[in-house]
Design a protein around this ligand. Structure first.
Ligand code: SAH
Ligand code: DHB
Ligand code: MG
Length: 223
């Protein structure tokens, strides 16, 4: 058995017992595929991790950067109280359209708002609205802008908030200091910003699973 087949099988085992899917989640992935969107949503165990983190935070307000088909959105929004709010920023109108349908089918359209456009344009507009601080920020969009997204997350959160950054390992490419690849450079800048920032305490954890070898960074916002 190949290593990646084993990672797949273990994810399936954990999923079956700990993060079982349901008609809503299955339909979201099915419609994402049917619309030709890439299969890069978080896995079910990762989605459950995001939900647990939101619950641990007692989150009332969640910000997501990078919606795709709304799969991670649905996992996180399920942690919210009825009067909670999740704002998800998505560049592609096509992706957002698929996501909005998936979110409505999940019965979460009252708490989730998808905003279309480049996140670096949506974020200043959002800040101008003086929203309540976000308890959890999930950054999962164009990796080149990861450090900018961390900076915006700092502006839109408060003490105790949690920032989660997806795809920080990418098969190990993150340690290539000489690379010109914008995604790796953006992620390295973000990691180093988390490490050096006086208001952030962070870590990064390598993962394997049905999406291969990757990882998350987590950063808690300090006073
Ligand atoms: N969070 C999703 C996966 C997101 S994939 C999940 O796990 O289910 C990354 C998404 O970021 C894609 O939909 C892509 O269109 C979007 N994206 C890329 N660049 C962006 C930008 N500049 N602003 C906002 N979204 C962007
Ligand atoms: C890609 C993006 C993601 O957010 C992810 O989780 C996996 C892959 C990508 O752009 O290839
Ligand atoms: Mg991702």
């Amino acid at each position: 058995m190949s290593e990646s087949q084993l990672w797949d099988d273990v994810d399936e085992y954990f999923s079956a017992h700990l993060s079982p899917d349901d008609d809503t989640l299955r339909a979201a992935l099915r419609d994402s595929d049917a619309a030709g969107l890439p299969s890069i949503s978080v896995t079910a165990p990762q989605g459950k991790l995001l939900r647990l983190l939101a619950e641990i935070q007692g989150a009332r307000n969640i910000l997501e950067i990078g919606t795709l088909a709304g799969y991670s959105t649905i996992w996180m929004a399920r942690a919210l109280p009825a009067d909670g709010r999740l704002i998800s920023l998505e560049y592609s109108a096509k992706n957002a359209e698929v996501a909005i349908r998936n979110i409505a089918r999940a019965g979460l359209d009252k708490v989730v708002e998808v905003r279309i456009g480049p996140a670096l344009e949506s974020l200043p507009k959002l800040a101008d609205e003086n929203p309540a601080p976000f308890d959890l920020v999930f950054i999962d969009a164009d990796k080149a802008n990861n450090a900018h997204y961390i900076e915006w997350a700092l502006r839109l959160t408060s003490t105790g908030s949690l920032i989660v950054l997806d795809n920080v390992v990418r098969g190990g490419r993150v340690i290539d200091a000489e690379t010109d690849a914008p995604d790796v450079r953006g992620t390295r800048t973000a990691i180093e910003l988390i490490g050096s920032h006086s208001r952030l305490s962070g870590t990064a954890v390598q993962t394997v699973g049905s999406k291969g070898y990757d990882g998350f960074a987590l950063a808690r916002v300090l006073a």
